[in-house]
Design a protein around this ligand. Structure first.
Ligand SMILES: Nc1nc(=O)c2c([nH]1)NC[C@@H]1CN(c3ccc(C(=O)N[C@@H](CCC(=O)O)C(=O)O)cc3)C=[N+]21
Ligand SMILES: [Mg+2]
Length: 294
């Protein structure tokens, strides 16, 4: 069996068109466009690329983008002061602080300082708690994009056996909560899990979010399974730099029913669900009913 390839770029483009279409309606009501603030501390080249592409996408869809690039030497207090300013700024509906932060800065303290109404990353403990409680808070962009791809591929997820490999606050934990909310039977695996190959082999849905290049081997995959690969690692192969996921794609594509590629799978969805979250936050903040484009 050769898996069908889940085209995240095409799906993200479609979502982007719906988001763009909703913005004039928002603007007519609110007298302004939805505003997204992205904060980068330091000069990590990969992070600079992501932050720039987030700003570009926001403008392309008709939103206002506020970009803040702070020096590596920024103190905790300076960063908290910026977050307080963004919280108080009515033009800004969503705030994303790009992670990881440089050494010496406390990411959890920064994220906790963000107004939960503007927490488009779903990282605030309030957002995590609302998700776990089944309340309508902000859901982390990457897991939200994965759920959209899974539902587009499989329809109802109810009753399916799913494994999430990885337990980070940004991805693994919210992913598991979203699957659970759709009535999957969810296993969360991590670095201390025994017999990972055996557990992966039982899953109809595999979500790989470990951040280790090609760690999930193709021969572990249950025939016909749907594989969602969240990893992006830059490696050198045959003397060339390439971007690979957490899944051994060449092996997994021979067994899976459907699989996301890297690049072109989850990555483009992550950017578009950030736009989605910013527009949802904007509607909630001005008291407009949320668009139902899903
Ligand atoms: N607070 C916070 N929230 C995040 O959501 C967040 C973050 N910090 N820090 C870094 C990670 C990483 N991330 C990606 C976004 C888009 C692509 C993406 O578009 N990838 C393209 C390829 C890009 C390339 O070629 O390098 C693709 O997979 O097709 C990848 C990774 C969001 N992150
Ligand atoms: Mg990808």
């Amino acid at each position: 069996m050769t898996a069908s390839i889940i085209d995240g770029r095409a799906f993200a483009d479609g979502l982007g068109r719906k988001i763009a279409g909703s913005i004039p309606i928002f603007e007519a009501y609110a007298g302004r466009r939805p505003g997204l603030a992205v904060v980068l501390v330091g000069t990590d080249p990969a992070s600079e690329v992501y932050v720039r592409s987030k700003g570009r996408m926001a403008r392309k869809l008709g939103m206002e983008s506020f970009e803040y690039v702070l020096p590596e030497t920024t103190t905790q207090d300076e960063l908290l002061a910026l977050v307080a300013r963004l919280n108080a700024d009515d033009r800004i509906d969503g705030i994303l602080v790009q992670l990881p932060l440089p050494k010496g800065l406390d990411a959890l303290a920064v994220v906790t300082a963000i107004d939960p109404a503007k927490d488009v990353d779903g990282l605030h403990p309030m957002s995590a708690g609302m998700l776990a409680s089944g309340l309508p808070g902000m859901v982390s962009c990457t897991p939200l994009g994965c759920i959209m791809l899974l539902e587009a591929t499989l329809g109802s997820l109810a009753g399916r056996d799913a494994i999430v490999v990885g337990r980070s606050i940004l991805v693994g934990k919210p992913m598991a909560q979203l699957l659970l909310a759709r009535d999957c039977t969810v296993t969360i695996a991590h670095s201390r899990t025994r017999d990972l190959p055996g557990k992966v082999a039982q899953a109809e849905i595999v979500v790989a979010a470990v951040g280790a290049a090609e760690m999930i081997r193709g021969e572990w995959i249950r025939p016909g399974a749907t594989v969602i690969d969240i990893g992006t690692s830059r490696i050198e192969r045959d003397g060339r730099k390439t971007l690979v996921g957490d899944v051994d794609f060449a092996g997994a594509v021979e067994r899976a029913g459907a699989i996301t590629p890297v690049p072109g799978g989850v990555g483009p969805m992550t950017i578009m669900t950030l736009m989605h979250n910013a527009v949802i936050a904007a509607h909630r903040r001005v008291g407009l009913p949320e668009p139902t484009w899903r």
